[in-house]
Design a protein around this ligand. Structure first.
Ligand code: IMP
Ligand code: MG
Length: 197
């Protein structure tokens, strides 16, 4: 069975691809200035930060190493569950490195706070910075430091450019808001790769 194009499920586009990429140029320039002369170890938070990381790290004109970390906090729904699960036992070896955590969106702050805590206590990095594509104007459950942010968004659920709803819509090139009927339809259907943020 073929499905309708994903675009048909989008109510409004918040950030077009060109707008996102132009902002990534600015973020990469700022990061390049702040970390000049150093090697950066990017830690991309999977799955949501995958596309953001791929586009941003190609714009950073410094030596870059890439690691990934898979964590889950939404577990397939539309609200943060309150628990952050690390999907792998071992963390990458970050001792002495200048770490730049890249995640798709800051919502309650729990995910980034949990990651920062673990990296700072277990990894002996030389420095830890974080960068999110989107900063949601939502109540924070945790105080968390974010060094770089792409755009602010209102307190609504967004998809695209890496962000999913029940595992889908990550491959849309823009960030947008789903139509209510698409949410209802997907609520009753199977979710793919639920459990990874
Ligand atoms: P936090 O722990 O509540 O800050 O949530 C952060 C994580 O939840 C992000 O890394 C995303 O994976 C996911 N998330 C938060 N808001 C949204 C959204 O609007 N759309 C899709 N995923 C989201
Ligand atoms: Mg995420």
């Amino acid at each position: 069975m073929t499905e309708a194009p994903l675009d048909a499920d989008i109510q409004k586009i918040l950030f077009h691809e060109g707008t996102i990429l132009a902002r990534l140029d600015e973020l990469a320039a700022e990061i390049g200035r702040d970390l000049a002369g150093r090697e950066v170890t990017v830690v991309a938070i999977l799955h949501g930060g995958l596309i953001f990381a791929a586009d941003l790290l190609r714009r950073i004109h410094l030596p870059v190493k890439v690691e990934t970390l898979s964590v889950a906090s939404y577990h397939g729904g539309m609200r943060s569950t309150g628990s952050v699960t690390f999907n792998q036992m071992a963390l990458p070896d970050l001792a002495g490195r200048h770490v730049l955590i890249l995640d798709d969106i800051l919502d309650s702050g729990r995910t980034l706070a949990a990651i920062r805590r673990r990296l700072e206590s277990d990894c002996h990095a030389a420095s830890v910075r974080s960068c999110v594509l989107l900063d949601k104007n939502a109540p924070r459950a945790e105080d968390v430091t974010v060094d770089y942010r792409g755009f602010e968004v209102g307190d609504e659920f967004v998809v695209g450019y890496g962000l999913d709803y029940r595992g889908r819509y990550r491959n849309l090139p823009y960030v947008g808001v789903l139509k209510p009927e698409a949410i209802e339809r997907r609520e009753s259907g199977p979710s793919v790769a639920a459990g990874a943020a």
